[in-house]
Design a protein around this ligand. Structure first.
Ligand code: FPP
Length: 253
């Protein structure tokens, strides 16, 4: 079990020093889970867990930057999350602007580039505007890419890519036999981002929940029982250490 789970109460970032600087994952993707349970354990409303989860993002971005991660993708809202009670959805839709209102100056200062993946068409205008503004204002930054998956669904993304290719074939720009894995990847929302090297999911759930289904084909997975609001920079370092102990074979020997 220990290979997949690592329960830790690491509170400091001292372990940073133990990382192999030649084997830092370029892209880490995180399924931030457990906000609701964190709140319930404390007798608080679920939204209090999301508010605390937002604070975790600040710490994790800072630590990812420190470690030298180049891409950090955070699953902030899935295409299935609309099924939650309206009050919770409304609250979740306010978090990107709250986060960016507060953190954008620091993100700028740290040369972070904000990006998003997902279908923006259903996002409320206030959410979309806040995110678009951050993307625009950080587009020339060359540091960590902070990629928010917002109204993102892996299957939806795959279907959209197939539709794009279908249209290209229909218009005679492409023959079906020209379609390769690389050409397919180029039609995905992550066309400018390498596949994640490491996937982290918090809160003890061991599933993908429709996240980056194509891109995670060869990623290393690390699951922790720590709830997202309790996750910190020390845990991120722990995850990278675990990653560094793995041998990636990509189907070879
Ligand atoms: C899963 O926990 C978490 C979410 C669906 C939302 C994640 C959002 C944040 C951490 C904050 C987003 C902030 C920004 C800036 C985009 P859950 O509610 O499913 O937890 P549970 O499984 O314990 O109920």
């Amino acid at each position: 079990m220990d290979r997949f789970f690592f329960n830790t109460d690491v509170k400091t970032d001292k372990k940073n020093m133990l990382l192999d600087q030649d084997n830092i994952p370029s892209h880490i993707a995180i399924i931030m889970d457990g906000n609701g349970r964190w709140a319930k354990q404390k007798g608080l409303p679920r939204v209090a867990g999301h508010r605390e989860g937002m604070k975790t993002i600040t710490n994790v971005v800072e630590k990812a930057n420190d470690i030298g991660i180049q891409f950090l993708t955070l699953y902030a809202f899935s295409t299935e999350n609309w099924k939650r009670p309206k009050t919770e959805v409304d609250f979740l839709m306010k978090l990107p602007e709250r986060f960016l209102d507060k953190e954008l100056p620091a993100l700028q200062k740290n040369n972070v580039k904000v990006k998003t993946i997902g279908d923006p068409s259903l996002l409320p205008p206030h959410t979309k505007q806040a995110v678009d503004k951050a993307v625009r204002e950080t587009e020339n930054n060359s540091g960590l890419v902070l990629n928010f998956a917002l109204n993102y669904g892996g299957r939806h993304e795959l279907v959209e890519a197939v539709r794009k290719l279908g249209r290209e074939v229909e218009h005679g720009h492409l023959k079906p036999e020209d379609i390769t894995e690389s050409l397919f990847s180029d039609r995905l929302l992550t066309s400018e981002i390498p596949d994640p090297d490491l996937l982290i999911r918090t809160s003890g759930e061991i599933r993908l929940s429709n996240f980056m289904l194509w891109q995670l084909a060869y990623s290393e997975f690390w699951f922790t029982e720590v709830l997202w609001p309790d996750f910190n920079g020390g845990h991120l370092v722990e995850a990278v250490q675990r990653y560094q102990q793995r041998k990636r074979r990509y189907g070879g020997v």
